[in-house]
Design a protein around this ligand. Structure first.
Ligand code: HEC
Length: 201
């Protein structure tokens, strides 16, 4: 008898819980809102999803047309270097690529963040530890050369990956002000300079 009432109870309770799905999300958001406050450079806007992030987090991915609309919108955020120089110092770039720290509330400045590139990419020949969420970038410059199209695409991808794939997992390093223009230049050199360990064994 106990078993039957348990099953009946579940049958009644489950659809009610499903119907409440939206409310539960609203409650969750309200709870997050109450629990977090801006501290130092860690400002509260980080807990709110932008519209396109919301679309990419829903159960069904946005339609092709919607993805193209998001990408065109994100493309407009890309700022190319004002002095027209895209490549900095690969040695500095390597340090940024291996560094995954920064953006915390104890950081005094927002401009000392690492790029955390190795969390997702294989890059140089001598680094043995790397993530595989993103494709391998080993020999990136050697395989693609330094032509204008490659240089501009690589800059854009690092600056705002969502301009090329609306629901990309790669952070918007330039647009979200994680990395500075100089840091992106150094990363560009790390990927494209023929002397960089990405391109040389
Ligand atoms: C959280 C994972 C993640 C991090 C961190 C990340 N990437 Fe990516 N990256 C990706 C993914 C996934 C792709 C594949 C394309 C896509 O979905 O956007 C990609 C693509 C790229 C591409 C284009 C590759 C191609 O063949 O066209 C470049 C260049 C790149 N990343 C550079 C970087 C650099 C430099 C950093 C560090 C500042 C970085 N990525 C950090 C996930 C990441």
């Amino acid at each position: 008898m106990k078993k039957i009432s348990l099953i009946v109870g579940l049958l009644v309770a489950m659809p009610a819980a499903w119907a409440q799905g939206e409310d539960t999300y609203a409650d969750f958001k309200a709870m997050m809102d109450r629990s977090f406050k801006t501290t130092g450079i860690a400002s509260k806007h980080r807990i709110y999803q932008l519209d396109f992030q919301k679309a990419c987090s829903s159960e069904k991915l946005p339609s092709k047309k919607e993805m193209a609309r998001i990408e065109a919108e994100q493309m407009k955020t890309i700022r190319y270097p004002a002095d027209g120089k895209y490549l900095g110092d690969w040695k500095e770039g390597e340090k940024i690529a291996v560094n995954g720290r920064g953006l915390t509330w104890t950081d005094k400045t927002p401009y000392n963040n690492g790029g955390g590139c190795y969390n997702c990419h294989q890059m140089s020949h001598h680094e043995i530890s790397y993530g595989t969420i993103g494709p391998s970038l080993l020999e990136y410059g050697k395989l693609r050369g330094n032509g204008e199209e490659v240089v501009k695409y690589t800059w854009g991808k690092i600056y705002n990956a969502k301009a090329f794939n609306a629901c990309s997992h790669m952070p918007r390093n330039g647009d979200a002000e994680i990395l500075t223009e100089k840091q992106i230049k150094d990363l560009m050199a790390f990927l494209l300079d023929p002397a960089s360990p990405v391109n040389k064994k």
